[in-house]
Unconditional design. Structure first.
Length: 149
């Protein structure tokens, strides 16, 4: 088999990015260009308002929990999703199940979050619904994430 045929064969096996992933990357480029020109809170609330009902309800509650737990975190969008930053670095984020056509939404933390605990700790959580117990746990994790090391 020729090297060209080999390359063509292997490139067909690689699926690449989904349409949703490409759209998120385009949104990130737009966010970087508009970084200083927009109000992060308005952007986050607009993105939440665009979500279908189950994700929107969770995102609204998460927004309230995060603001109450860590008022120093500033809302902003990150890859077109709600995120919360400290000193310009994203600390935590919400990813809608609908956006990437997954069976659950995700709430996660970046490597800038101060959650280190031993040699293994969780940095992302699947959310099917947001219960009072889950809100309390998320609130505690967000507080811990922004504590000085």
């Amino acid at each position: 088999m020729s090297p060209k045929a080999d390359t063509q064969k292997s490139s067909k096996a690689v699926k690449g990015f989904t349409d949703e992933e490409r759209a998120a990357m385009k949104e990130r480029v737009h966010e970087l260009r508009a970084n200083k020109k927009t109000d992060g809170e308005s952007d986050v609330l607009a993105k939440i308002a665009e979500m279908p009902k189950p994700d929107r309800a969770m995102a609204e509650r998460l927004h309230a929990v995060i603001k109450a737990s860590a008022p120093a975190l500033l809302p902003r969008t990150w890859y077109g999703m709600p995120a919360y930053a400290k000193d310009g670095d994203v600390i935590c984020f919400f990813q809608s199940a609908h956006k990437f056509k997954t069976r659950y939404a995700t709430f996660g933390f970046s490597d800038k979050a101060n959650l280190d605990e031993g040699t293994l700790w969780p940095v992302a959580f699947a959310l099917k619904e947001l219960t009072a117990a889950a809100e309390a746990r998320i609130g505690a994790l967000v507080k811990k994430a922004v504590m000085p090391t």
